[in-house]
Design a protein around this ligand. Sequence first.
Ligand code: LRH
Ligand code: MN
Length: 438
Amino acid sequence: MGFVAIDRAMLGIPPEVIAKDNDRLMEAHLADYAALGARLARENIDIEDIVARVMALEVGLPSWGMVSGGTRFARFPLPGEPVDVYEKLEDCSVVHQLTGLTPRVSLHFPWDKTDDYVALRQFGEAHGIGFDAINSNTFQDQAGQKRSYKFGSLSHSQAQTRQQAIEHNLQCIDIGHTLGSKAITVWIGDGSNFPGQCEFTDSLERYLDSLRAVYRHLPHDWRLFIEHKMYEPAFYSTVVQDWGTSILCAQTLGDKAQCLVDLGHHAPNVNIEMIVARLAQFGKLGGFHFNDSKYGDDDLDSGSVNPFQLFLVFNELVSAEIRGKGSFRPSYMMDQSHNVTDPIESLLNSARAIAGSYAKALIVDRVALKGYQADNDVIMAHNCLRLAFETDVRAALAMARVRSGGAIDPIACYRASSYRALKAEVRHYNPNLGGGIV
Ligand code: LRH
Ligand code: MN
């Protein structure tokens, strides 16, 4: 199947709009860049190296995050939001066009179901968008579905229901293979709401048995990501509740099975950066769902509530990258629900927050840090991280975007394009269309 070249005319933001807005900001940007370059050079850091590393960073977009999200209380649709997977890809290409950071989308089935995946792949390629990990869905019942997932799916007490869930995952893998994806993320909501409702060990044994069947179906170069979550939709116990259960399952299944860390799937104040270090240490860190949260699985914009935590996660990722010597390749993806913002603006902001956390982690003086840690010089060790976090790296991020054909100020440029208003004129507005979750 031939590769379709990017058709720039198909991209959502006219290049002249980006050029005009960058011209407006270029002089100040270059001054900021020179100042940051000088500041980093004083610490023997080459800003050009940071820009090159940021340009190599790739983060997958959540297809379900391209439409307005909601809660069990309500969803407030946005005029001009996408109504099908093709329009979701159009909007993904706008985020990538302005940031240069998001060349892939993670699809979710059956929410992104369509009838021709070769055509979908070619449409994506024409828009410069590839396909990251595929997501299966056995946490909702579909119309006409024979067996309900009310009491679970891959861990269900009845074999026929487990078999139905297994077959759905196999179908997702086949679709993903056609699209050029290289991984499947399996998150299940299976669990219980009452003590005694489920037998913990039997449930996990059934889950593992089902996942072995999914694992056997993986193409040779694929990975299976196990996504743990503390609670919701189950509110007493969850079959894959924490990283411990996830890594034990991944180790039991085999080399292609790894753990996916969704930042929102932990109790408040859990030390997620240490979980990241542990999973990386044992070669089981497969991927991320970046977002932020204040209370539960809020799926808020990455870095919008606790940017220091996102930085500390990237600090562990850079450390693991150094240890991994090239074999360390987690799949970075976002998983967010945009309930009160334009999804594109939230994703532009989140992409900047993620790239910023990475850039700040790259400027940590790791030689000095190791020395202070060895000498138990607590304050100086802490300040190695703290001062990197407090460094304003925005000029380096903007240069990475400009060199990728993107915008110095993505939000200003996006608004200057009136993209959403133009889409509202041509897209079919369907207030009853959900993004998937609601
Ligand atoms: C579960 C989850 C999972 C997705 C869903 C959209 O909370 O994080 O990754 O399948 O959100
Ligand atoms: Mn997730």
